[in-house]
Design a protein around this ligand. Sequence first.
Ligand SMILES: NC(=O)c1ccc[n+]([C@@H]2O[C@H](COP(=O)([O-])OP(=O)(O)OC[C@H]3O[C@@H](n4cnc5c(N)ncnc54)[C@H](O)[C@@H]3O)[C@@H](O)[C@H]2O)c1
Length: 348
Amino acid sequence: MRPGCIDMGNNNDLRIGIVGMGIRGKLFAATIEQSEHARLVAVSESSQATLDAATKRFGAPGYADFTEMIDTVPMDIIIIATPDFAHKAPFMAAAAKGINIMVEKPFATTLADAEEMYAAVKNSKIKCRVAFENRWNGVFVNLLEQARDPGQTGEVLAINATLNDTIYVPTKMLSWADRSNPAFFLLAHAADLACHIKGKPIKSVYATGVKKLLASMGVDTYDSIMTHIVFEDGAHASFENSWVAPASMPMVVQFEFRVLGEKRAYMVNFNDQMLKTAGAERYDLAFTGGQTVDGRLLAAPCLMLHSFIDDVRNDRAIYSNEEDGMINMRLLDAVGRSLESGEVIRMP
Ligand SMILES: NC(=O)c1ccc[n+]([C@@H]2O[C@H](COP(=O)([O-])OP(=O)(O)OC[C@H]3O[C@@H](n4cnc5c(N)ncnc54)[C@H](O)[C@@H]3O)[C@@H](O)[C@H]2O)c1
């Protein structure tokens, strides 16, 4: 039997449980339905109405308490899709049982939590994927492949990213926006791409934030965070992450990413996916970067989960793992400290 895998008995399907059956949990459950190598064996969800709906829709047993699920149901993989601040407790419980984990980004919301989670992976020898889904997003797969090739790009000198959401996300989509912020929810993605492209330690971090509009609406979090980082080799990156873009924007997400290398520059406009539509009232940019084709879910998070299932089945090394989670968390922690102190944070 492979380390980190439970005896699967006669059936070769990997047994997967999910904690948190909100937007992401449901998407992952639907993805598992399409897997030839995995089946959903249990779900856990703290809202009774959401739990009832999930067990009815996906036909797996439901648990209000994730510890009961983890203690009762044998699993090879657990997916943690709870809100940003609620990853650690199910993560630690699953790691203690030797269950392989795919945890949503951000890895955690405090460095202390992340350090404990990291140590738990190392001590238990489980496989851990931190769900930086853009590494499975076609346009960024292409960007990473090219920008990380020194023969093609030379040294990367500068990176500039804008990843914003419309105000719909913190006010209507997420019930827990006041316990997160645009850095945990958005910068986490853009910074993972930037750090993966550079592949160098970060030397310093400076961030400023604005708290006005959302606070006036009763959601106590940042409207916008701007982050500037300098890498050890002197290259730099800047990020705009705002949660208050107008609801009339053609897509809920606004994502632009630019890389300037010595030999080549790259420019991604994620919003321009080639299909534009104009109706009587509104001009829209259509999302074509991973829609369902012939009933098959092809979005980046679905491909990311299929790849984790394959990694566990074939005992492969994990791409986007706990090391990447820690790089990301150290940056998010420095952003938080810079927002509070107004200082440039020097990284050890
Ligand atoms: N929605 C997105 O576009 C998106 C994209 C990428 C990553 N993520 C990340 O995925 C995670 C989940 O996000 P979401 O959008 O699905 O949020 P969500 O609010 O839709 O779902 C979270 C679910 O977890 C449940 N929950 C909370 N505490 C629990 C507990 N202790 N045990 C069991 N269930 C619990 C909530 O009731 C809720 O149903 C977050 O960390 C988020 O940053 C979300």
